[in-house]
Design a protein around this ligand. Structure first.
Ligand SMILES: [Zn+2]
Length: 333
């Protein structure tokens, strides 16, 4: 299997060539975190890293079409498109949910949790969308202990069965999956959940299988409407919103991944869901709308999505919304 991410030394130097929406998303990521208030939820995006994805890992699209979409979106290279790795904190009542944990290499997301006004030991639930390394890599600290010592780890049982097989050969990723879940299991704080299982009051899992067998979204109820943390429904936003059928070499079941993507796009657009995506342009919180037979991504603008009367003020139990980094510019599309 190819490496999950392709970083290029020229990436930063090439920013000047990016379209305004892409430039802004990267500039916002400089501090590494961004909090948006959504009804009674405080949703914080944490920026693990960014990189470029080459055409060679994509399926179900011609080179000509890929290059045209990359160019239209302001990608610095005709045969690569930018991508992001994000994790999300969701403060709901007294509980603090962390959805995915990033790669865990270089600067991990733990300092970002602190920078955003929380401490890692405040995290009550770690929710894993699937067992790929860019989602589970941050579960342990440098000593091999849980990075979130008071949290219970929730993982989709179908990914557990696939990545940590009880019989038969290991798959790519088995070693890491075993390693990072082990300390949580030993501490009695590991739960494998069935597709669609309720995780906590107002927090439900939703099977988004295809990318991996257990790939999962997490739906949070809020006073402003639903929030769906959808994991890897989209890897390359310059390509896959307009062409949902485009898949990648990382997809375990490519037709399944494409069908799930189209289904979720339709549901998110119809329901006007707020969406948080692991590989969308930071801060990666926004909405899906239809355009020209495809879909487009619109970063969250509180004034449009908040109910009349605005969001409740942050309480003493949560951080204030980040100032000066509200996502107001549309992403390149
Ligand atoms: Zn991923």
């Amino acid at each position: 299997m190819k490496p999950l991410f392709f970083f290029t030394a020229v990436f930063v130097l090439a920013l000047v060539a990016l379209a305004p929406g892409v430039r802004k998303a990267l500039a916002d990521a400089e501090g590494g975190w961004h909090t948006a208030q959504y009804g009674d939820l405080a949703v914080t995006a944490l920026s693990d890293s960014t990189g470029m994805m080459p055409f060679t890992i994509f399926y179900d699209i011609t080179a000509e079409d890929f290059e045209a979409l990359a160019a239209a979106g302001g990608s610095p290279s005709a045969n690569e498109v930018p991508s992001w790795i994000n994790a999300f904190l969701v403060k709901k009542g007294d509980e603090l949910f962390l959805v995915d944990t990033g790669m865990g290499v270089g600067p991990s997301i733990v300092p970002l949790v602190s920078a955003a006004g929380y401490s890692p030991d405040q995290v009550t639930h770690v929710l894993i969308t699937h067992f790929h390394s860019d989602h589970i890599g941050g579960l342990l600290d440098g000593d091999g202990s849980p990075s979130f010592p008071n949290a219970t780890l929730y993982a989709p049982v179908r990914d557990e069965e696939y990545f940590i097989p009880k019989s038969g050969p290991d798959v790519n990723g088995t070693e890491l999956a075993r390693k990072v879940t082990g300390p949580y299991r030993s501490a009695g704080r590991y739960r494998a959940f069935d597709p669609g299982a309720q995780i906590a009051p107002g927090v439900k899992s939703s099977s988004l299988w295809g990318h991996t067998p257990g790939h999962t979204g997490f739906a949070f109820e809020s006073s402003a409407g639903p929030l769906l943390c959808w994991g890897d429904v989209v890897h390359a936003y310059l390509i896959q919103f307009s062409r949902p059928e485009v898949t990648l070499s990382y997809d375990v079941d490519r037709p399944g991944a494409a069908a799930t993507r189209r289904k979720v796009f339709n549901e998110a657009a119809d329901g006007r869901w707020l969406v948080a995506g692991a590989h969308l342009p930071f801060p990666a919180i926004g909405q899906v709308t239809r355009r020209n037979g495809g879909f487009v991504w619109s970063p969250y603008q509180a004034s449009e999505t908040e109910p009349a009367g605005g969001a409740p003020a942050s309480g003493a139990d949560g951080p204030p919304a980040a100032e000066g980094s509200a996502p107001t510019a549309p992403a390149a599309d």
